[in-house]
Design a protein around this ligand. Structure first.
Ligand SMILES: NC(=O)c1ccc[n+]([C@@H]2O[C@H](COP(=O)([O-])OP(=O)(O)OC[C@H]3O[C@@H](n4cnc5c(N)ncnc54)[C@H](OP(=O)(O)O)[C@@H]3O)[C@@H](O)[C@H]2O)c1
Ligand SMILES: *[C@@H]1O[C@H](CO)[C@@H](O)[C@H](O)[C@H]1NC(C)=O
Length: 281
């Protein structure tokens, strides 16, 4: 097990993976995973396959999705298929949900995980980039949710939204990304209220992730947490209908400082970055 360096507290916390897992909770469930061609999304697909779920995967790159689907079938998925396309295309979210409806006639879990490319650097004044990123990272999540809600109400299903520490507290060199992730919190936390007021039994789980070993960065001086364990924790938190996941656990400890000592939290976050490695563009 990798633990992020620089936080001696992490090693002494009980490992989340020691909590008994409940693969049977997902057996035969119909699950959509976005951004499933690589990274954490790909790992979620493999875990769900081992749990014998029905899978509909999506991302842009068809060749990668074909390989992931093949592996999912080998691992024991009840069924696995994909639909490829870009979430920058405003019509695509509904296409994916319609595919689930046509194939299964219902849906149990919607895992929203994809992100578009964003640069790691000082904000460069490019407003158009943020407009596009909001479409991919935020509006497509809203559109998929809108299309999928009738089926999720029917099945008393779950929505799982993958966000970031940068979606709870600002991070340098990721202003655009951070903005799109904060938007997710605003929208989905409000929607959760409305579902409860309306007696609609659809859970919403917001996943606040720290640094994970998918997109290794030369500007972050920490050891990333493993994507395989991260993927399993996301699925488990969704299946258990938890409000939020904090992974790795240190993320939860950091957020405790947000209202008590925000400047201290900010300087701690800045200390993560090798500012010398940022070349202003
Ligand atoms: N890695 C971390 O340190 C970290 C930290 C905090 C939060 N997270 C969150 O974890 C989630 C997964 O991140 P990851 O690290 O696994 O990222 P990743 O490896 O870069 O995977 C991103 C996925 O999104 C897909 N994608 C990219 N552009 C797309 C588009 N325009 N339309 C549809 N799909 C698109 C990619 O596939 P194609 O290129 O084939 O489309 C890929 O499957 C994200 O929500 C991210 O914000 C990650
Ligand atoms: C909500 O749905 C879940 C999953 O079907 C079920 O376990 C739970 O008992 C339901 N809660 C209520 C209040 O109906």
């Amino acid at each position: 097990r990798q633990t992020p360096v620089g936080c001696p507290c992490v090693g002494s916390l009980p490992a989340l993976s020691s909590v008994p897992s409940s693969p049977e909770m997902l057996r035969g469930k119909r699950v959509i995973v976005t951004g499933a061609s690589s990274g954490i999304g790909e790992q979620m697909a493999y875990h769900l396959a081992r749990m014998e779920a029905h899978l509909l995967l999506t991302a842009r790159t068809e060749a990668k999705l074909q390989k992931v689907v093949k592996r999912c079938l080998e691992l024991g998925a009840a069924s696995a298929r994909y639909v490829s396309g870009s979430m920058e295309d405003t019509t695509f979210p509904a296409v994916v949900v319609r595919e689930a409806e046509n194939t299964w006639g219902g849906l149990d879990m919607l895992i929203l995980n994809h992100i578009g490319y964003s640069y790691v650097n000082y904000f460069n004044g490019d407003v158009e980039h943020i407009r596009k990123l909001l479409e991919t990272n935020f509006l497509s999540y809203v559109a998929m949710t809108a299309s999928a809600l009738p089926m999720l109400k029917e099945s008393e299903g779950s929505i799982v939204v993958v966000s970031s520490l940068a979606g709870k507290t600002g991070s340098p060199f990721a202003a655009s990304y951070s903005a799109t992730k904060f938007a997710l919190d605003g929208f989905f936390s409000s929607l959760r209220h409305e579902l409860i007021i309306d007696n609609v039994n659809v859970s919403i789980t917001l996943c606040i992730l720290g640094y994970i070993n998918t997109a290794m960065s030369h500007v972050i001086r920490r050891t990333p947490a493993p994507k395989e364990e991260c993927a399993l924790e996301i699925i488990r938190s969704g299946a258990l209908r938890q409000r939020e996941l904090h992974y790795p656990p240190m993320v939860g400890s950091l957020l405790l400082f947000q209202y008590i000592a925000p400047d201290l939290l900010d300087s701690f976050i800045r200390s993560y970055y090798e500012v010398e490695n940022i070349r202003r563009t």
